[in-house]
Design a protein around this ligand. Structure first.
Ligand SMILES: [Zn+2]
Ligand SMILES: [Zn+2]
Length: 247
């Protein structure tokens, strides 16, 4: 029987007390209605019922194997429990757009941008995915070029009159002009990468500026490999340039 066990669980999913479901036993020595109000681990409120229909939280369990699994949804009304990740609730697509482990990237801006682009991809927020990806690549190019050229060539990445950063297009051009120089760090198929960046820029521009040219979902899935390739190469180049100019 599925609902043979019930539990008190904090809103983050820490199971506090597992007891037999009232319908499965007569003695109420251990009641699911009694216990601490807040979780000792995370401080969240502890609940014992679905917040939508008030039915007790039924665990997927096996008495013999002492196995308890917290369900994602209430079996009575289907509502997702509060410990279910909101992205998971709305997930429409599996996998990552940028196949990189964000934990392996240093700093704050880069890992969080990769993480957010991948979250947007999972809920099919396609325009947001592309805009974040565009932002990521734009920043990587700026970082690489800035570290590579000396400060005397400041106009390359900084429009001194406007006091504004160069546009994405200008950054790609500046990157393209230096493809030969970048070979000192490691060999990249430069032609290939510049073409791929232009393609991503095109899709990113369409998302950021125009309602007419909508990017369709299949399109986004088809460029995931290219985006991953470009971002990996740029992260590596950024690391190499940084190391080369440190000493
Ligand atoms: Zn907790
Ligand atoms: Zn319910």
């Amino acid at each position: 029987m599925d609902n043979s066990k019930t539990a008190r669980v904090c809103r983050n999913g820490h199971v506090k007390k597992v007891v037999a479901h009232p319908s499965a036993r007569n003695d109420n020595k251990w009641s699911v209605y009694e216990g601490n109000a807040y979780c000792g681990r995370c401080g969240e409120e502890i609940i014992n019922k679905c917040e939508c229909c008030d039915s007790l939280i039924g665990l997927q369990s096996d008495w013999n194997k002492d196995f308890n699994e917290l369900p994602n949804n209430c079996k009575k009304c289907g509502t997702a429990y509060p410990w279910v990740d909101p992205i998971e609730k709305n997930e429409e697509r599996e996998g990552k757009f940028i196949e990189i482990d964000d934990k392996e990237i240093d700093g704050h801006f880069y890992p969080s941008t990769v993480y957010e682009a991948n979250l947007c991809y999972r809920v099919k927020a396609d325009h947001a995915t592309l805009i974040l990806t565009r932002k990521l690549i734009e920043n990587l190019l700026l970082d690489i070029i800035r570290k590579h050229v000396s400060m005397t060539n400041v106009h390359v990445f900084f429009d001194t009159e406007q006091r504004q950063h160069a546009s994405f297009g200008e950054l790609i051009d500046a990157f393209k002009e230096r493809t030969d120089e970048f070979q000192q760090y490691f060999t990249v198929e430069e032609e290939d990468i510049v073409d791929k960046i232009y393609r991503i820029k095109y899709d990113g521009d369409a998302s950021a500026h125009s309602i007419e040219e909508r990017v369709d979902a299949d399109d986004l899935e088809s460029i995931s490999d290219d985006v991953t390739y470009v971002v990996k190469v740029l992260f590596r180049l950024r690391r190499e340039v940084e190391t080369a100019h440190r000493g």
